[in-house]
Design a protein around this ligand. Structure first.
Ligand code: GDP
Length: 370
């Protein structure tokens, strides 16, 4: 189960966004386990028109969507990396999430105090990003010290010794990169060797996490898809956080949208916000469908068929024999009742072996040894 944390300065609309996304009317809440686990932790459904269509097509009794867990993390202030304010608690909370929503204020309004004194989203983006980089630098120093100590106790001819040397050298390169004000995520355009990935996976650096930037604007701006800061923010992202997605949204609009039960002329941004995070995390979906249930499963891009089977059940990965794969696009235009024999006779169902690379939206039936 993957997690995302909401990060930003105080008073930029983080809690309002969190409330809005947890109360969101995506899909059909009555059938879904919308659960607020704790006041600051919520599970939200990943909206999927495909799942709805498949459940209908297969006459499935139940629909089980994928979920994303979202944490509302205490606000960040300038100096958080030095432990000012709620700094340290904040940084511990965020170390454990997989992805980051960075909420930044783009809405005007004198009545809402800005802790930095004025509305200036690119300044705020820099403050938050710099704090995360500073914290990573401090953390990196501690990690490197530990590895250096270990390497001194390790025989020079061993493989471990070579690994330690590699790690130290790699940490040095990361440090140099961060001293230029850059996030780890943007190191070498986010292309990594296997050894580098192994080191990164050990340490949970804050700036190695994918980020979706949410510019929180007023209702009018959201409806018209414009904001006086938008171009400047786009330029900032391109320069200082390349590869991060930037989305325009309005916490205020979402709150109003949720409170009304009538069809709206304007669309909520929540679907896009959730789907964008999944994409940034490198996740894709596959579906299993039958009369009992239609279910959406989450895997990493690049997963092979047995790994996908392992997500359903660990045993299924070991006993995997083959997978019958149907492309969603071959099912999209059909209406119930589904004739599976027809799909087979038209060769829409393909038998895949253990080296099959899973594609987004595959509809799968696994065969396993008894
Ligand atoms: P947090 O400290 O980042 O969690 O910020 P809050 O969500 O508590 O919001 C701070 C204040 O800004 C509250 O009074 C909100 O009602 C207000 N606010 C949040 N989003 C918007 C928005 O999109 N437009 C306007 N006008 N006010 C907002």
């Amino acid at each position: 189960n993957l997690t995302a944390g909401i990060v930003g300065l105080a008073n930029v609309g983080k809690s309002t966004f969190f409330q809005a996304i947890t109360n969101s009317k995506l899909g059909n809440p009555a059938n879904y386990p919308f659960a607020t686990i704790e006041p600051a932790e919520a599970r939200v459904v990943v909206p999927s028109a495909e799942l709805d269509h498949l459940a209908n097509l297969y006459g499935s009794g139940k629909r089980i969507p994928a979920v994303l867990t979202i944490f509302d993390i205490a606000g960040l202030t300038r100096g958080a990396s030095r432990g000012d304010g709620l700094g340290n608690k904040f940084l511990n909370d965020i170390r454990h999430v997989d992805g980051i929503y960075q909420v930044v204020r783009g809405f005007d309004g004198q009545e809402i105090t800005h802790i930095e004194g004025s509305v200036d989203p690119t300044r705020d983006l820099s403050i938050v990003q710099d704090e995360l980089i500073l914290k990573d630098l401090e953390f990196l120093e501690g990690v490197r010290e530990k590895v250096e100590k270990m390497s001194k106790r390790t025989p020079r001819t061993s493989i471990e010794y070579k690994d330690h040397l590699f790690e130290i050298e790699f940490l040095n390169r990361l440090e140099e990169h961060m001293y230029e004000g850059r996030k780890i995520w943007n190191f070498k355009d986010n292309t990594w060797t296997e050894n580098e990935v192994a080191v990164l996976n050990k340490h949970n650096f804050l700036t190695a996490k994918p980020t979706v930037i949410l510019l929180n604007v007023g209702v009018q701006d959201y409806v018209h898809k414009e904001n006086r800061h938008l171009q400047e923010v786009r330029d900032w992202v391109e320069e200082y956080s390349p590869g991060s997605q930037l989305l325009l949204f309005s916490a205020e609009f979402e709150t109003i949208y949720n409170a009304q039960n009538v069809a709206q002329p304007f669309q909520s941004a929540m679907s896009e916000i959730i789907l964008e995070m999944r994409k940034s995390l490198g996740l894709i979906s596959f579906f299993t469908c039958g009369p009992l249930e239609a279910r959406q499963w989450t895997i990493r891009e690049g997963s092979l068929a047995p790994e996908a089977a392992g997500v359903i059940h660990t045993d299924l990965e070991k006993t995997f024999i083959s997978a019958d794969i149907t492309k969603y696009t071959d099912l999209a235009e059909l209406s119930p009742p589904l004739q599976e024999s027809q799909l087979k006779s038209q060769a829409k169902v393909k038998r895949a072996g253990k080296n099959y690379l899973m594609q987004d939206k595959d509809v799968v039936f696994f065969k396993a040894a008894a």
